[in-house]
Design a protein around this ligand. Structure first.
Ligand SMILES: NC(=O)c1ccc[n+]([C@@H]2O[C@H](COP(=O)([O-])OP(=O)(O)OC[C@H]3O[C@@H](n4cnc5c(N)ncnc54)[C@H](OP(=O)(O)O)[C@@H]3O)[C@@H](O)[C@H]2O)c1
Length: 316
């Protein structure tokens, strides 16, 4: 079968003929219909993800939509980091698959499930989120951030503030449910002032940025809160702005701030898989606006260099 193959961590994958997978006990073999090129796939393929074993060669791809022997379309999450979904077929633990509702566009599901899960799982499994609470999405202009705005609203957020860099992407967020937008571009003190004015009293921050931006935002919000005794839960989900952030100790003492992370490990596999069905149902109902760009598997090398606003989806 054809698959994308990574043979060196500094080189994009190339389409290559490899042996087809064989189902082990408890596994099903699916014909892959669509698989998203998420940031997690890029970090898998360049060896930088925290779960990387360093083993090569590998087939990238962590999830996707496949057709089973009965013809049912299923969303799946793989548990093997070497035999990924950028291939014509995958073998996957049957418990890590969910059927998609009739009529679901497989390219849309492959594009959306991973970025949508980041906030869906964070708000439903990692923290106690209540309807009516206010949410700041820090780094709202990427695929996951755009989904987070919509997910927060769908889960009953009373107010969503969306902060990000790209002005065009930011301007599109009110149509997705953002009540207010904040530009992260410009003088750091002015950015901090804007964040404090718009989001000082939020209950939850869903943070895709981390790095210096987060450190500055955290201080700005904590010091500007009307009631410092009101809980503020900061959920670290992504790190597009830096892997480390220097958090002043005073930020943790001066307000009722709790910092938690949400992702593989901090939420159990059972917990993540347990949310797939509900999210797939929302996608099937068309609850969310999703930007997807299908690309044939043969063009996977070129797709690696694509800086598209839309989530690239590899179609074998
Ligand atoms: N923990 C989880 O469960 C989970 C799941 C999915 C994704 N993630 C993580 O979430 C992050 C975003 O994923 P994604 O799918 O949304 O990626 P994406 O679609 O590639 O979007 C990334 C966005 O980050 C923005 N960005 C980059 N550097 C920035 C900075 N310094 N400050 C503010 N914004 C910046 C860019 O927006 P502009 O165009 O505005 O610059 C870009 O659109 C990644 O770190 C990913 O690994 C985590």
């Amino acid at each position: 079968m054809k698959a994308a193959l990574v043979t060196a961590f500094d080189t994009p994958p190339t389409p290559t003929e490899i042996a087809a997978p064989v189902a082990a006990e408890g596994q099903v073999v699916l014909d892959v219909v669509a698989a998203g090129l998420h940031p997690r796939v890029r970090s898998q393929a360049d060896g930088s993800h925290y779960t990387s074993t360093g083993a090569l060669p590998l087939v990238p791809g962590i999830d996707g939509v496949g057709r089973d022997a009965e013809g049912t379309l299923r969303y799946f999450i793989l548990d093997d980091d070497d035999q990924g979904s950028f291939a014509e077929r995958v073998a996957v633990d049957a418990r890590r698959t969910v059927p998609l509702p009739d009529g679901t566009d497989p390219v849309v599901a492959a594009a959306a499930m991973n970025p949508a899960m980041s906030s869906w799982v964070a708000l439903r499994r990692r923290i106690t989120f209540e309807a009516g609470q206010q949410v700041l999405v820090l780094g709202a202009t990427g695929s996951a951030g755009r989904m987070a705005v919509q997910v927060a609203k769908r889960l009953g957020a009373g107010r969503v503030v969306a902060a990000g860099r790209n002005p065009q992407s930011l301007a599109a967020l009110p149509a997705l449910g953002a009540d207010e937008t904040v530009s992260l571009v410009g003088d750091p003190d002015e950015v901090a002032g804007r964040l404090a004015a718009a989001a000082a009293d939020v209950d939850v921050v869903v943070d895709y940025v981390w790095g210096a931006t987060t450190a500055a935002a955290m201080v700005a919000l904590v010091t500007a809160r009307a009631d410092r005794g009101k809980p503020l839960t900061w959920v670290e989900v992504g790190s597009v702005g830096g892997r480390e952030a220097t958090i002043p100790s005073a930020a943790l003492r001066a307000a009722r701030l709790a910092i938690v992370g949400s992702g593989q490990g901090s939420v159990t596999t059972r917990g993540i898989v347990g949310e797939l069905g509900a999210l797939a149902d929302e996608l099937g109902r068309g609850t969310f606006t999703v930007d997807a760009q299908p690309v044939p598997l043969d063009d996977v090398t070129a797709a690696w260099a694509t800086g598209s606003d839309r989530r690239v989806v590899i179609v074998p």
